[in-house]
Design a protein around this ligand. Structure first.
Ligand code: TXA
Ligand code: MG
Length: 347
């Protein structure tokens, strides 16, 4: 049986968080909200807990987990050394939606890092997450709390859909604020490298470190260049129906999607600005282009809804832009298995 317990961020019930912490310390799993997506937590320093996480998610065990901490001292204890860049990034973005890759020491089992000598570490800002980490022993390994391959969960209900009966407890803190997973910055390379784009953009990282780049494996169309974060190579977030992203001037995009919508049960991902232009189809307005965070925070929920609606094909408008648009497009492209239609040359 999976217990779902509502927690009020402004007035947290410490007894519940203590109980959740006990589950973690005794080797069990608890799902909890963070500002990015819901996480599936287990004790990151115990291989057996990590094994349970992989099993509950149905995730390949070569895909490493992120260890969540609540203060810098805990980070210092599990890595070989803390480079200056790590202190700078932590100062700028922690607690918050940024994960660093550093060299691990012997305290971190290979069962948590998928056999790698490096470890991913993040200090989330959600007060529920921070308190759970403290109550649970200080090192909570947590991937997104979805079944492997499905969109990451942005509500406790999403977690319940995927993991009911498989874990003892879900802490329900309502809908998350960002809705896309953290930015991953690899500090074990000569040049700090973003392995997964997120709310913290390349510009923001460069402003702090002077120099930083995006992993070529993420942007390359060349299938011989692989992304460095093992998780980025899997097809992910994929809805059951075939999803294509339509690019080009907005008028052409709209008329192309409307033509396709004549051909079968069609899902359409659009924005406030264009919603009224689609007369037919299962139309989901993901947010407004005036506020990219509104798009980020609803994207995964929209992808999940299409599965319930049972559409045959899905067309999405494109969200090209630097900053958060980079992360939105990265997730959308993965969900689409990189299928794009360019309609620029159509009349
Ligand atoms: O926002 C987030 O980061 C959420 C919340 C729960 O904190 N967590 C999350 O975890 O997204 P997960 O497991 O779904 O994604 C972790 C990503 C994977 O792509 C994995 O391959 C990569 O981080 N990763 C973890 N450790 C790594 C390492 N040592 N080297 C390279 N990539 C690593
Ligand atoms: Mg994930």
């Amino acid at each position: 049986q999976t217990e779902v317990i509502k927690i009020d961020r402004e007035n947290m019930d410490l007894d519940v968080l203590k109980r959740a912490g006990e589950i973690l310390k005794s080797g069990g799993l608890v799902a909890f909200p963070t500002e990015t997506v819901y996480g599936l937590g287990g004790d990151g320093l115990h291989e057996e807990s990590s094994r349970k996480i992989y099993e509950a998610k149905g995730r390949p065990s070569d895909n490493p987990l992120i260890v969540h901490v609540a203060d810098m001292e805990h980070l210092e204890k599990i890595v070989k050394k803390v480079p200056k860049a790590a202190y700078k990034l932590a100062e700028a973005f922690w607690p918050g939606p940024m994960t660093m890759i550093l060299e691990k020491n012997d305290l971190v089992p290979y069962g948590t890092t998928g056999g790698l000598d490096t470890v991913a570490i993040r200090m989330p800002s959600d007060p529920i997450a921070l308190e759970l980490i403290r109550q649970g022993g200080g090192y909570i390994a947590a991937p997104s709390a979805n079944t492997s391959g499905r969109p990451s969960p942005t509500t406790a209900q999403h977690v319940y859909e995927d993991l009911q009966g498989k874990i003892p407890m879900i802490l329900d803190g309502g809908a998350v604020t960002i809705g896309l997973e953290s930015t991953i910055v690899d500090l074990t390379e000569e040049i700090p490298t973003i392995l997964r784009p997120g709310f913290i953009s390349l510009d923001m990282v460069q402003a702090v470190l002077g120099e930083a780049q995006i992993d070529r494996g993420l942007i390359a169309n060349d299938s011989n260049i692989h992304p460095k974060a093992p998780g980025m190579k899997y097809r992910h977030y994929a809805p059951k129906a075939d999803l294509k992203i339509v690019e080009g001037p907005m008028e052409q995009v709209i008329s192309y999607i409307n033509e396709q919508a004549e051909k079968g049960r069609t899902g359409i991902i659009c924005t406030e600005e264009t919603r009224s232009r689609y007369p037919k189809g299962d139309i989901k307005c993901v947010g407004t282009r005036k506020d990219e965070l509104s798009i980020a925070s609803h994207l995964f929920a929209v992808l999940r809804e299409f599965d319930e609606d049972g559409v045959e094909q899905i067309y999405s408008e494109s969200f090209k832009a630097p900053g958060l648009g980079e992360a939105i497009m990265n997730r959308l492209l993965k969900a689409a298995g990189h299928q794009k239609v360019d309609v620029s040359d159509r009349k």
